[in-house]
Write a protein that binds this ligand. Structure first.
Ligand code: 173
Length: 317
């Protein structure tokens, strides 16, 4: 009797080992033609080469598969396994998601100062997610306009936003309208909006330079785009697959210095495309950035009395 069981287990062993390869389904909250997504698809291809027999990531697609503002919920509930998104797109899951834009410490510093652990405590508790890695940072947001301003006052202007910019632009008297990135081009074309908030980069990916006259300097905050995974799925991964995923996503995060030179080049590309910069005197510029920060943290702490202050300790400088 005993012998039979042992033999049976041995016979099954090779099958079980083969069956250990896990495939995770990933969706992107950003449109597929965005460079972020192409870079991530390239990363996935390399990871899949290295992960044969252990872990595979199946890229499902962008907002046509799951709408931008639904990706967070889809990851939370396990409709998909992984998401490529920014926190601003899933404030419908938890308000804390949008607070990472206020990071002045880097992802590397947050891994060392307890920030990464705190983020993961919150993401687990409130969103049933594991925050794997931040893969876009060192990237300021800007206000882009089609009407000229000579001071930070947006009275009478309609500006496209996400939660990233809401309180700051409203404090400058803008009237605001939330849209996914995929809807901005048409809104500009139809004159529905006079401007929009967006990072210093990735304008060209969506052809917005064709419909954009001005960029307001300086920038503010720090764009955060990351890889997230459903927590139950993450915990249920075989140890080897989980270690592989942690290691691959960390390696991707460690390439973030790339964005520094990329962003310099993007600013130059904008100038070459005829986008003019609007800037203020030194005191006004300083006040503009300080106001963004002050308003951002006030809104964060109001939205999350539970974690706002604790996040500030690890994110702010
Ligand atoms: O403007 C946006 O759509 C937005 O919130 C964002 C956040 C991070 C990176 C790019 C865009």
């Amino acid at each position: 009797m005993k012998k039979t069981i042992v033999l049976g287990a041995l016979a099954l062993a090779p099958l079980a080992a083969h069956g250990q390869e896990v495939t995770l389904r990933l969706v992107s909250a950003f449109p597929e033609n965005q460079y972020y997504v192409k870079r991530t698809v390239e990363w996935i291809e390399k990871a899949n080469q290295a992960g044969k027999g252990t872990l595979q990531i199946n890229f499902i697609g962008g907002p046509k598969a799951i709408p931008t503002f639904e990706v967070g919920n889809a990851v939370k509930t396990g409709v998909v396994d992984m998401g490529f998104s920014t926190g601003a797109f899933y404030t419908n899951v938890m308000p804390e998601a949008d607070i990472l834009k206020l990071s002045e410490t880097s992802a590397a510093e947050q891994r060392a100062n307890g920030g990464y652990d705190l983020i993961n405590r919150i993401w687990a508790e409130k969103a049933n997610m594991r925050y794997l890695a931040k893969v876009v940072e060192f990237t300021p947001f800007h206000l882009y306009l089609n009407k000229k301003i000579d001071k930070p006052d947006l009275t009478g202007l309609k500006i496209r936003i996400t939660p990233v910019y809401r309180e700051f632009f409203q404090a400058m008297n803008a009237s605001v309208m939330t849209t996914a990135p995929g809807e901005v081009y048409t809104a500009l074309e139809r004159g529905v909006i006079d401007g929009y908030g967006w990072p210093i980069h990735a304008l060209f990916d969506l052809n917005w330079q064709e419909k954009t006259k001005y960029r307001v300097d300086p920038g503010f905050y720090n764009a955060e785009v990351s890889l997230i995974i459903n927590l139950d799925k993450y915990k249920a991964l075989p140890a080897k697959a989980r270690q592989f995923l942690d290691q691959q996503t960390l390696a991707y995060e460690k390439q973030n210095d790339f964005w520094k030179s990329y962003n310099q080049n993007e600013a130059k590309r904008q100038a070459d495309a005829g986008i003019q910069t609007i800037s203020f005197d030194a005191a006004t510029s300083k006040a503009y950035v300080e106001k963004a920060k002050e308003i951002g943290w006030a809104a964060a702490i109001k939205a999350s009395p539970q974690y706002g202050e604790a996040l500030k300790k690890v994110l702010a400088k």
